[in-house]
Design a protein around this ligand. Structure first.
Ligand SMILES: Cc1cc2nc3c(=O)[nH]c(=O)nc-3n(C[C@H](O)[C@H](O)[C@H](O)COP(=O)(O)O)c2cc1C
Length: 273
């Protein structure tokens, strides 16, 4: 479940206008005009209450107290992503049962509560220790973990689990599209960057031409930027053009391996190094 922002029509429309020449260059006929979108938040809550699941996780913010109580009443275990001690304290006050503590090296979106929050910079180890000292709930450490020693380190530092995304991007089970897969192994991509240019929210991916051109222009507005940039990203990915689509990757992307997910887990499991 993710929380969306109110729509800043003028800012997103200005960004859409800036993207139109690239859209034309890539043969994309239209970019959608900004429109409100809350990702059907309330419908999802009702579905989860009517047809409960064991675990519900939240990102980009918190459910309200009533939603927490309704989901607890159907025995769902509630997990929320946090990037700071203050957000961790708020999540626990709100009633969440466990937290994903996400460091700044993570691939994909940072789970900051406010879209306009600056890029988090506190290293995962430091953040994990501070959150561990501040709240009593189970913690899941995430962000930049790419080998057994790092997984062991966060478990020894008080996390009950480690969450990895980037390490699985090249597995056959992953939904990573072929353009993204190829880019992850190309030597021409040399660094990752946190940028709002693809979705409006800070997300880490490989630096490419789209990032170079639009990072400074993108407003902090999610998911509206995601909507207007979406056709360009999809067209580029479909055409095998890695320069104009999002290439989510954490800082450990060079260690992602083309092997089944089960083998990745077995390789990373503490005790196997
Ligand atoms: C391609 C990709 C997609 C992701 N999608 C989601 C998502 O939909 N919801 C979410 O809470 N986290 C998502 N994440 C973040 C991961 O849950 C996790 O925080 C992150 O991958 C950990 O850092 P790592 O990539 O360095 O292992 C995604 C990460 C990646 C790389």
């Amino acid at each position: 479940m993710f929380s969306a922002d109110p729509l800043d029509v003028a800012a997103v429309e200005a960004y859409r206008q800036a993207l139109l020449p690239l859209a034309a260059q890539l043969g994309v006929e239209q970019l959608p005009e900004p429109a409100p979108d809350d990702d059907s938040w309330q419908d999802k809550v009702e579905l989860l209450v009517d047809d409960p699941v064991p675990v519900v996780s939240f990102t980009f913010g918190l459910p309200d107290r009533t939603t927490v109580e309704r989901l607890h009443a159907v025995d769902s275990y509630l997990v929320g992503g946090v990037t700071s001690v203050d957000d961790a304290l708020e999540a626990v006050r709100r009633g969440l049962d466990a937290l994903v503590v996400q460091g700044p090296d993570a691939g994909g979106h940072q789970c900051t509560f406010r879209t306009s929050d600056p890029a988090p910079t506190t290293p995962l180890d430091t953040l994990l220790a501070a959150v561990r000292a501040a709240v009593p709930v189970p913690l899941i450490a995430a962000g930049g973990l790419s080998d057994t020693a790092e997984v062991r380190r966060v478990l020894e530092a008080g996390a009950v689990a480690a969450q990895l995304g980037t390490a699985f991007l090249l597995t056959p089970e992953a939904g990573t599209n072929p353009t993204h897969r190829a880019a992850l192994t190309q030597p021409g991509f040399t660094e990752t960057v946190l940028t709002r240019c693809f979705s409006g929210r800070l997300a880490r991916g490989l630096r490419n031409a789209f990032v170079e051109a639009y990072d400074a222009l993108a407003p902090a507005c999610y998911p509206a930027v995601n909507q207007v940039a979406g056709p360009i990203r999809r067209a580029a990915a479909a055409a095998g053009d890695p320069q104009h689509t999002h290439l989510w990757a954490g800082t450990g992307w060079r260690l992602a391996a083309e092997e089944p997910a089960g083998e990745v887990v077995a390789r990373l499991w503490p005790g196997t190094d």
